[in-house]
Design a protein around this ligand. Structure first.
Ligand SMILES: [Zn+2]
Ligand SMILES: [Zn+2]
Length: 393
């Protein structure tokens, strides 16, 4: 006989896909997810859950109480925001809004979590712990996760562990990817101004050329990873913006450079921030200039709890097949579920959503991005199993 949770997830598949498509058509940016929030709330109200809205502006959380809880509750999280992109034309379920697109799969995350909420509401009698369904706004660089925690989402009920799924188009549908320890990188960025003294390009000796200084800085920044980071510890330093000057015969007064820093280890992270500032300043000084350095601290590394990962592996095996539960290398993108995992043990899990045969291969954050929707009920099933299984974290 088919497993009842799997069977119910399969039965719900058209509904879950329908939710995904509704949400896909109306993407909204971080902290602007008002229509999205209203849509999600309507579904949660249908399940008669206790819904708390307005946590971190457009965020919300819904409580499903176990009749007789035996331990602290579990938090399951989906993020809600789209991206400032225009989707490729020709998709029936494509975005209806120019310049807005669910290009990271967060529409799928919400529908998977709504599917799990449906399954779990029907199985409330079997629950051994309370469940908090967390719908988080502003994941794409807005820090919505941190804001929800600051506004008390972890105090709505006693929370013992936290899990999130992320659809992942680079990996094939039918696979799931999770590792203990660092899973996604810490992300910081910097903006630096190299300040010199402008003048005629034919008389450089009476100027202090910020372009030469900035060029030295860009090259020197690459030595941080090569010379300061332990070769077995991954790290990235990339300059993504370099801007100076107006025409060929003027040396400008200053040059701007901006870049991103990625790391997995907290000590490496601190070192990257410190060295980036030093290297730019010294490169500036070596060329008669000075610098102003501004650091923008981003998301910390997303670090999975080993016991939670063991649990995910055990529960994902019947959903995806044992051979399809894969341990990936740490990945350089950042994810603000990291804030939840700083507060509670848990795991951030990637669910393969690509399908090479069907041409679903476009990367996240691209106008061609899409998912293989057949994985959505499997995600709901995994979420539901994580809540129903009261063993360990
Ligand atoms: Zn994204
Ligand atoms: Zn995302």
């Amino acid at each position: 006989m088919a497993d009842p949770i799997k069977a119910r997830a399969d039965e719900l598949a058209p509904t879950i896909v329908g939710w995904r498509r509704d949400l896909h058509r109306q993407p909204e940016l971080g902290f602007e997810e008002t229509k999205t929030a209203a849509y999600v709330k309507e579904r949660l109200d249908e399940l008669e859950l206790e819904v708390h809205t307005g946590i971190a502006e457009t965020g919300m959380a819904a409580i499903l109480r176990a009749k007789d809880p035996e331990g602290p509750g579990v938090l399951l999280r989906a993020d809600m925001d789209g991206l400032p992109l225009t989707e490729v034309e020709g998709r029936e379920y494509g975005s209806r809004i120019e310049g807005r697109m669910h290009a990271c799969g967060h529409d799928g995350h919400m529908s998977m979590l709504l599917g799990a909420a449906t399954i779990l509401s029907e199985r409330r009698d079997e629950l051994k712990r309370d469940v908090l369904f967390c719908f988080q706004p502003g994941e794409e660089g807005y820090g919505g996760g941190e804001k929800m925690i600051q506004q008390g989402v972890l105090d709505l009920i006693e929370i013992g562990s936290a899990y999130a799924l992320h659809l992942w188009s680079p990996c094939e549908a039918g696979t799931v990817h999770v590792r203990p320890g660092p899973m996604m990188a810490a992300q910081d960025s910097f903006a630096a101004r190299v300040i010199g003294k402008g003048g005629h390009a034919a008389t450089p000796h009476v100027t202090r050329d910020p372009i030469v200084a900035a060029a030295h800085a860009v090259t020197a920044l690459q030595t941080i990873v090569a010379r300061n980071v332990d070769p077995v510890a991954p790290a990235v330093v990339s300059v993504g913006l370099l801007h100076a000057g107006t025409v060929s015969n003027i040396i400008p007064d200053d040059a701007m450079l901006e870049g991103t820093l990625r790391s997995f280890d907290p000590d490496v992270r601190e070192m990257l921030k410190r060295r980036a500032a030093e290297v730019i300043e010294y490169a500036a000084q070596a060329n008669g200039c000075r610098s102003e350095f501004e650091l923008k601290s981003g998301y910390p590394a997303t670090v999975n709890d080993p016991a939670a990962v063991d649990k995910v592996r055990r529960l994902a095996a019947p959903v995806f097949g044992e051979d399809n539960v894969i341990e990936p290398q740490p990945m350089a993108p950042a994810e603000d579920f990291s804030y939840f995992l700083q507060e509670r043990p848990g795991a951030f899990i990637l669910v393969g959503a690509g399908n090479r045969e069907r041409g679903i291969t476009a990367p996240h954050h691209s106008p061609e991005f899409d998912i293989d929707e057949s994985v959505l009920p499997r995600g709901s099933e995994l979420f539901a199993r994580l809540a129903l299984d009261a063993e360990g974290v």
